[in-house]
Ligand binder design. Structure first.
Ligand SMILES: Cc1ncc(COP(=O)(O)O)c(C=O)c1O
Length: 351
């Protein structure tokens, strides 16, 4: 605390990212990174950009990447917005589209950055409880609001909401923006991007951090009606004209161009996730059905915190949230086959 801080900063509760520990030989299953690594073509494209052009600013609009994404999803370039990770895209959404006097709705158990953005921008947030089985019930979103946001699949539960139910929420709220945060959609879900042509109030965000294994590059995007995208461009151009550097733009384009790598690694993650699920169930865990690159699991006889500590002592890091309703759960990122085997071997000693 300092007298130099603004009153807003004094009252901020910042987001706490998953730990990036510096220990050797660690099995790191705590921040939902992709175990398989990016396409070699991405590394090639980035390497090719390491030249004298780095003295020049990158394209502020990222037009080549926008066109690539637009082509990939069958939309127009002016329906695509780019940001430095989808976290930045989300920040601009809260600032540019969610300040309407009514509370923004999001699930009680969800991505913990949403309440942080509410705090940063002085927006009233209202949590909507998930059902007892940790599902989103579309009927619960038929109430006055200044916008709605939820991840699909949800994080940290991994539960997926079928597209017709997503559509029901969007259709029931024509006066407000509904944001579907699809950070994990490629691991078995169906994207709501195919609905943006029908619903001017629908905005879908995605990231290259998960299925495209580029968390270190920081590229995220949103797809929606040109009017919504224009609002985000206004915020972005009042904040940072060049959110994506030359390396990020080149790498991201290459990632979309290597569909084979994307499919093979995504299938690899799904296969490993399902293997981990079956092993956890055999050990007596309750595992929520997941369509993400992680699972959310609890054991009837062992506290989540104790299990997380026990794993850590054996060099396996998972995420534990000390929060109401979910304090007995562990969120376990899908690792490589070797990492997953190690996880299960360690858990055998703990349950
Ligand atoms: C639900 C959800 N949305 C968005 C993000 C942000 O991803 P990034 O900023 O890496 O694109 C994450 C990261 O873990 C997430 O879990």
């Amino acid at each position: 605390m300092s007298k130099f801080w603004s009153p807003l900063v004094k009252n901020l509760t910042p987001y706490v990212p998953g730990e990036q520990p510096k220990m050797a030989n660690l099995v790191k299953l705590n921040t939902n990174e992709n175990p398989f690594g990016p396409s070699p073509k991405v590394v090639e494209a980035i390497t090719a950009e390491l030249n004298d052009n780095l003295r020049l600013y990158p394209d502020p609009e990222g037009d080549a990447l926008k066109s690539t994404i637009a082509r990939y999803y069958g939309v127009q370039s002016d329906q695509v917005f780019l940001g430095n990770g989808s976290d930045e895209v989300l920040a601009h959404i809260f600032y540019g589209l969610f300040q309407h006097g009514q509370p923004v709705l999001y699930p009680d158990i969800t991505y913990s950055f949403y309440p942080v953005y509410c705090g940063l921008y002085n927006i009233d947030g209202k949590t909507v409880p998930l059902t007892d089985s940790f599902e989103i019930n579309p009927d619960d979103y038929k109430q006055p609001n200044g916008g709605i946001i939820f991840p699909n699949p949800n994080a940290p539960t991994g539960r997926y909401l079928a597209l017709d139910k997503v559509e029901a929420i969007v259709a029931a709220n024509p006066e407000h923006v509904v944001v579907v945060d699809e950070a994990y959609v490629d691991f078995g879900g169906e994207s709501a991007i195919k609905l943006v042509g029908q619903y001017p109030n629908l905005l879908v965000t995605q990231t290259l951090s998960k299925a495209r294994s580029l968390a270190g590059l920081r590229v995220g995007f949103a797809v929606g009606s040109a009017e919504l995208i224009e609002a985000l461009n206004r915020v972005k151009n009042s904040f940072n004209s060049y959110p994506l550097d030359r390396l990020a733009l080149a790498g991201a384009i290459a990632a979309f161009d290597d569909e084979n790598w994307f499919r093979a690694t995504t299938e690899g993650v799904i296969g490993e996730r399902d293997w981990v699920t079956s092993k956890l169930e055999a050990l007596g865990f309750e595992v929520l059905p997941s369509k993400a690159n992680f699972v959310f699991a609890r054991h009837p006889d062992h506290a989540g915190e104790t299990l997380a500590k026990g794993l850590r002592e054996q060099g396996v890091i998972v995420r534990h949230f000390n929060k109401p309703r979910i304090s007995d759960f562990l969120r376990i990122t899908t690792g490589t086959a070797d990492q997953n085997k190690r996880l299960i071997e360690c858990l055998v000693t703990l349950v």
